[in-house]
Ligand binder design. Structure first.
Ligand SMILES: [Fe+2]
Ligand SMILES: [Fe+2]
Length: 393
C-alpha cells in the first residue's frame, strides 16, 4: 500500500492575484506522492519542509542615498503618522466583545454565543478562520516592516517615529487575531487544533512580499494590504449581520475600522513620498503591481491540503468577502488617492510607470470578466478547519 507523505507546496510567484482563473488552473507545481516502498520509509524520516517562497529573493534595491529621505521626514512622521495610533487607554480590547470568564453569567453568555453561531453556514466559518489565521501570522508582518531600510526598528525599542509606529501598529494588530481566535474557540464550530497547526506552519513559512528592503515598496504594499483587510473584515461583518449575529458583525466591523485607520496612515506616507520623489515613487508603485501584491497568508498549510490558500481564496471569492474585483478596486483607489494621473515632470521611465498604472485596473477587470465567463462551478472539498466537512469552491 502506498503511504501518503506530506507533499510540499511550491508556490509560484504568479499566484498572487486571488483570481478564480488561477484558482481553477493551479499554477503551482507540487511534489508528487512517493510510491516506491523503500523510498517511502526513507522520506518519512526526513523532517517535513513547510511551504516556502521559491522566487528569487531580491534585497536592498533602494539606492542607499535615499535612506536620507526617511531620516529627513522623521519630524513630519512624528506629527502626521503617529497621530493615527490610538492611545491604549482609548483602544478596544478583545475582552470587550467576549464573555467575561470572571463573571457569574459566563456560561450563559457562552451558550448564547454558540446559539448564534449555529445559524452561520460552514462556508462563512472557512473564510473567517482564514482571515483569523492571516491575522495570527503577525510576527511575519512585523518582521517584514523591520526589513525596510531607513525605517526599521534598529534595537527593538528604537525611539524613531518609524519604529514607534511599527511597534504600536503591531500591538494594535495583535488584538485582531486574539479576538477572532477566542471567538472561534468559543463558537464550538471549528477544529481548533487544525487551525493552530495552520498558524504554526504559516509563521514558520514566513513570506517575502518582494519589497526588497525598500520602504517605497514596503509602504505601497502595506497601503494595499490594509485596504484589503479593511474590505474583507467589512464583508465578514456584513455577512454576520445577514445571518442575524450582530455581535459577530460588531467584532468584524470593529477590526475593519482599525484597518481603515492603518490604511490612512500608510497611504499618507506614500503620499508624502510622491511629493518628495514622484519619479521614484511612481516607478516603485508600478514595480510592486507588476510583481503583484502577494496575499500575506499565501503559504498557508494545514498539514493536509496542499492547495489550502487556493481553496480558502476560492471560498472567499465565491462569498464575495475578498475577490479579484476587490484587487482591481484597491489598485484604482490607490491610483486616485495618490493622484497618479496628475503627476507631471516625470522622467521617461516615470511616465511609462504612470501610464501602466492608470490602465491597469481596467485591464485586470477585463481579464477577470473573461476568466469568470470560462469558470465552472468548483467542486465541494473538505476543510480540516471545520472537521473535514465539505464546502463548495
Ligand atoms: Fe488586522
Ligand atoms: Fe491592519
Amino acid at each position: 500500500m502506498a503511504l501518503k507523505l506530506n507533499a510540499f507546496t511550491i508556490q509560484s510567484p504568479r499566484f498572487a492575484l486571488p483570481q478564480m482563473a488561477s484558482l481553477r488552473s493551479p499554477k503551482f507545481s507540487m511534489a508528487s506522492t512517493l510510491r516506491s516502498g523503500s523510498k517511502e520509509v526513507e522520506n518519512l524520516k526526513k523532517p517535513f519542509t513547510p511551504p516556502r517562497e521559491v522566487h528569487v529573493q531580491v534585497t536592498h534595491s533602494m539606492p542607499p542615498q535615499k535612506i536620507e529621505i526617511f531620516k529627513s521626514i522623521e519630524g513630519w512622521a512624528e506629527e502626521n503618522i503617529l497621530v493615527h495610533l490610538k492611545p491604549v487607554e482609548k483602544c478596544w480590547q478583545p475582552q470587550d466583545f467576549l464573555p467575561d470568564p470572571a463573571s457569574d453569567g459566563f456560561e450563559e453568555q457562552v451558550k448564547e454565543l454558540r446559539e448564534r453561531a449555529k445559524e452561520i453556514p460552514d462556508e462563512y466559518f472557512v473564510v473567517l478562520v482564514g482571515d483569523m489565521i492571516t491575522e495570527e501570522a503577525l510576527p511575519t508582518y512585523q518582521t517584514m516592516l523591520n526589513t525596510l531600510d531607513g525605517v526599521r526598528d534598529e534595537t527593538g525599542a528604537s525611539p524613531t517615529p518609524w519604529a514607534v509606529w511599527t511597534r504600536a501598529w503591531t500591538a494594535e494588530e495583535n488584538r485582531h487575531g486574539d479576538l477572532l481566535n477566542k471567538y472561534l474557540y468559543l463558537s464550538g464550530r471549528v477544529d481548533m487544533r487544525q487551525i493552530e497547526k495552520t498558524i504554526q506552519y504559516l509563521i514558520g513559512s514566513g513570506m517575502d512580499p518582494r519589497t526588497e528592503n525598500s520602504p517605497y515598496l514596503g509602504f505601497i504594499y502595506t497601503s494595499f494590504q490594509e485596504r484589503a483587510t479593511f474590505i474583507s473584515h467589512g464583508n465578514t461583518a456584513r455577512h454576520a449581520k445577514e445571518y442575524g449575529d450582530l455581535k459577530l458583525a460588531q467584532i468584524c466591523g470593529t477590526i475593519a475600522s482599525d484597518e481603515k485607520r492603518h490604511e490612512t496612515a500608510y497611504t499618507k506616507i506614500v503620499e508624502k513620498l510622491f511629493e518628495i520623489d514622484p519619479d521614484g515613487t511612481v516607478t516603485s508603485f508600478a514595480d510592486m503591481m507588476k510583481k503583484k501584491i502577494a496575499m500575506p497568508a499565501h503559504l498557508m498549510y494545514d498539514g493536509r491540503d496542499d492547495k489550502l490558500f487556493e481553496h480558502f481564496s476560492a471560498v472567499a471569492q465565491r462569498l464575495g468577502v475578498y475577490t479579484a474585483k476587490d484587487y482591481a478596486d484597491i489598485l484604482e483607489f490607490l491610483v486616485g488617492r495618490w493622484k497618479v494621473q496628475d503627476l507631471t515632470g516625470l522622467s521617461g521611465e516615470g511616465r511609462k510607470a504612470q501610464e501602466y498604472l492608470c490602465g491597469l485596473a481596467p485591464r485586470i477587470r477585463r481579464l477577470e470578466d473573461r476568466a469568470q465567463a470560462r469558470a465552472k462551478q468548483g467542486p465541494a472539498i473538505p476543510f480540516s478547519w471545520i472537521f473535514d466537512r465539505n464546502v463548495g469552491l
